[in-house]
Design a protein around this ligand. Structure first.
Ligand SMILES: Nc1ncnc2c1ncn2[C@@H]1O[C@H](COP(=O)(O)OP(=O)(O)OP(=O)(O)O)[C@@H](O)[C@H]1O
Length: 702
């Protein structure tokens, strides 16, 4: 039976606009294989192009109306050429960008090699800071206690026969000062549109207002008409494209600097897709922080024996490399007290800003980089720079110093590098899997940290293993989520913001007051303790020591007033401004209105129901399995689509048999349905597992 050709032409005519739009997108996206590459399915494209004649293009099916196959095929071949050019380039294997030359001897910095394991694997006992609080100045240091021990002052005081109330008072003052800085702070930084994006006429789709932001995502309805979906987020701070690096520092790290002298370990990390500005944001922070640390050491804490040490290493493919020692491969060890240390990591004792600057530049130059489609300078490693404040037990330099506090800066690998798990290159795939694993593990650790869980699943990845000592005891975490404003990065931006949103929602666990507040809470005022409020603004450290600088850090400098916890409405609601688009409620909105409450209602994770490392590893594996199953399903769908296209071509041929067409179409549709059902089941099971482990707050994802 005939007549099918006419039917397909009719259907082409009725929906020509939408179909054309679809086929344009399809062709454009396929033109360099990026569309497929980005989802790890480029081999599907290559299978079309590498063997045999090209399969029929959409135009070949008459979707362009009357054009036959001619022009469409030419377009396809052009696309094919583009694809080949894109992929024929040799992929740059990750390699050490800095050759070993043996010239950069660390000796010029006079630090000597420090084997962390030899003396530095324990944190300094609770040492009083003389001159800070009267009561503590009389104490002698207690050896052999890590600062994770509970009530150290109390015990020391008793041993010395000092009145307990004084001791408790000073301990409480210390505690109050550190607790005034939020345990977890989540900041978003939006970078400006870059030249490339401007040249492509990409739009800025991010509106920022106070500590909130809106992402305007253009989507297609089922009938292929466009609409804009708004996604609104609120964070502790939102820094727009006009914010300078100085301001970023003031908002993020500056408040933490004084408290690392008080036995606190702090971690500041940048998260975001390749090219979103992580390195740009992170690079200046350690230098600015060390400048302030040195100021405090030379003024507020002068003559108290504090020393500053710098180390810089990277984690690449699950291995640790010393960036200040020609990328020497290092191994990690755990001692009897479960202290994880990086054996042989070179640390430099520094006392001036210039030396630190040199070290940072040296380490950054050594950092591994690789080539990706998105950013030629894309980093595939996590770079970790640590500033450790140490002091020898007796305050003199005669004994090896031990860590008092630590500030770690982490420039994470591009968050979308997880997509590389699908790359043809096995090494890139492995890197992607490791990056995925470490990002999930990091989130889990932060979550455990904020819930004050007894057990932190730090073994989830190398990254969290090396950060172990930053997750125990009194710790602070600042996450800077870097986002690109361009419409082309919308999906990655939303992923970054969702990750940040998850981390932020975790930060309620620590403060019962916060638990009672809506998620629109403006934590900005309550969590920011500018260093300028504890440091004199007058001469810089480089100007020399100024004796008029205050010796003590005054407790009044910290804003701990209950009022500062007052919830703030997001600006767009405050202004009474109506939403500019008639759009469906977004996932984020739903989560804020419903999901957050659900999250709060979930049982608190405690040490008994916390994830074991095995659980976490199992979850990570299941996540990977799901992604692989999804990929496989897409692959099968693509094959089915090809089959459907062939079928349509055949259907257009004169003399085509309708019964054959019907039975093949039936088989194709059943196959499609079975694939979708299977994936749905897999997804549902994974969601169930996440819920069991308290990882997911709602079905909308995490
Ligand atoms: N806030 C900003 N203002 C001006 N330029 C910026 C800003 N953020 C980033 N850039 C520029 O954008 C480019 C990419 O930034 P950067 O290298 O920091 O990205 P990244 O997130 O570290 O990428 P990768 O993960 O690949 O290392 C750089 O040229 C940088 O100078």
């Amino acid at each position: 039976m005939n007549g099918l050709g006419r039917q397909s032409q009719r259907s082409g005519a009725t929906g020509v606009h939408h179909q054309r739009q679809y086929s344009d997108n399809f062709l454009e996206a396929s033109s360099n294989g990026r569309w497929l590459q980005s989802s790890g399915l480029q081999h599907l494209h290559s299978s079309n192009t590498s063997t045999g004649p090209p399969p029929p293009s959409l135009q070949d099916f008459g979707f362009y109306g009357g054009g036959g196959g001619g022009q469409g095929s030419r377009m396809y071949r052009t696309a094919q050429r583009g694809y080949n050019e894109f992929f024929m380039e040799p992929s740059t294997p990750p390699s050490n960008s800095r050759k070993k030359n043996g010239e950069d001897s660390p000796s010029e910095f006079s630090p000597g090699l420090l084997d962390l394991h030899s003396f530095d694997t324990e944190l300094l006992p609770e040492m009083p800071v003389s001159g800070l609080y009267d009561a503590t100045s009389m104490y002698e240091p207690v050896r052999g206690r890590s600062f994770d021990d509970s009530e150290p002052f109390k015990q020391t005081g008793r041993a010395r026969g000092l009145p307990e109330n004084n001791l408790l008072k000073s301990f409480a003052a210390d505690k109050e000062k550190t607790s005034s800085v939020a345990k977890i702070k989540v900041v978003v930084r939006k970078r400006p549109l870059n030249k490339k994006e401007l040249a492509k006429n990409e739009e800025d789709i991010i509106d920022t207002h106070s500590n909130a932001l809106t992402v305007h995502e253009t989507k297609l309805k089922v009938d292929l008409t466009e609409y804009v979906e708004k996604h609104e987020f609120v964070f502790d701070a939102v820094l727009n494209e006009e914010v300078s690096n100085d301001e970023v520092y003031r908002e993020t790290v500056e408040p933490i600097v004084p408290i690392i002298f008080q036995r606190t370990k702090a971690t500041c990390f940048a998260y975001g897709q390749t090219g979103s500005g992580k390195t740009y944001t992170m690079k200046p922070l350690p230098l600015k922080a060390s400048r302030d640390i040195l100021r405090l050491m030379h003024h507020t804490y002068r003559n108290q024996g504090f020393q500053l040490f710098v180390s810089f290493f990277e984690i690449y493919g699950g291995k640790v490399f010393d960036l200040l020692n020609d990328r020497k491969k290092l191994c990690m060890r755990e001692d009897g007290k479960q202290q994880v240390c990086i054996v042989g990591l070179q640390e430099y004792r520094v006392s001036d800003v210039e030396t630190i600057k040199d070290l940072i530049e040296k380490g950054s130059g050594t950092r591994i980089t690789g080539t990706t489609g998105a950013n030629e300078e894309s980093s595939r490693s996590h770079a970790i720079l640590q500033l450790a404040i140490k002091r020898s037990a007796d305050g003199s330099e005669s004994k090896p110093p031990r860590v008092v506090g630590k500030l770690s800066f982490i420039d994470l690998a591009g968050s979308e590098r997880g997509a590389d798990t699908t790359d043809n290159d096995k090494q890139t795939r492995m890197e992607g899997a490791e990056i995925n694993k470490s990002l999930l593990a990091l989130k889990e650790c932060i979550r455990a940290l904020d819930n004050d869980q007894g057990h932190i699943p730090f073994r989830g990845s190398k990254l969290t293993e090396v950060l172990r000592d930053s997750f125990v005891g009194d710790s602070r975490t600042v996450m800077i989520s870097c986002i690109s404003p361009s419409s082309g990065s919308c999906e990655h931006t939303l992923n970054t913001l969702r990750y940040a949103d998850r981390v932020k929602s975790l930060s309620k666990g620590n403060n019962p007051k916060k638990d009672m507040l809506p998620s629109t809470l403006n934590l900005k005022e309550s969590t920011t303790v500018p260093l300028s409020s504890v440091l004199p603004t007058a001469p810089t450290y480089e100007d020399g020591i100024n004796d008029t600088w205050p010796e003590q850090v005054e407790r009044e400098d910290f804003d701990e007033s209950e009022e500062s916890y007052e919830p703030a409405k997001p600006l767009w609601k405050k202004n009474g401004k109506q939403e500019p688009y008639n759009i469906p409620i977004s996932e984020e909105k739903f989560r804020r209105s419903n999901g957050q409450t659900k999250w709060k209602n979930l049982p608190k994770v405690n040490s008994r129901n916390s994830h074991s490392d095995d659980d976490l590893n199992a979850l990570l594996q299941e996540e990977e399995d799901l992604i692989n199953a999804h990929r496989k399903q897409v692959e099968e769908t693509m094959n089915i689509v090809r089959e459907e296209m062939d079928l349509l071509v055949e259907a257009d041929q004169p003399g085509n048999q309708l019964d054959n067409y019907i039975s093949r179409l039936n088989a194709i549709l059943s196959q499609k349905a079975a694939g979708i059902l299977q994936l749905q089941n897999h997804l549902a099971n994974f969601q169930k597992r996440l819920k069991e482990h308290n990882v997911l707050v709602s079905s909308s994802g995490y």
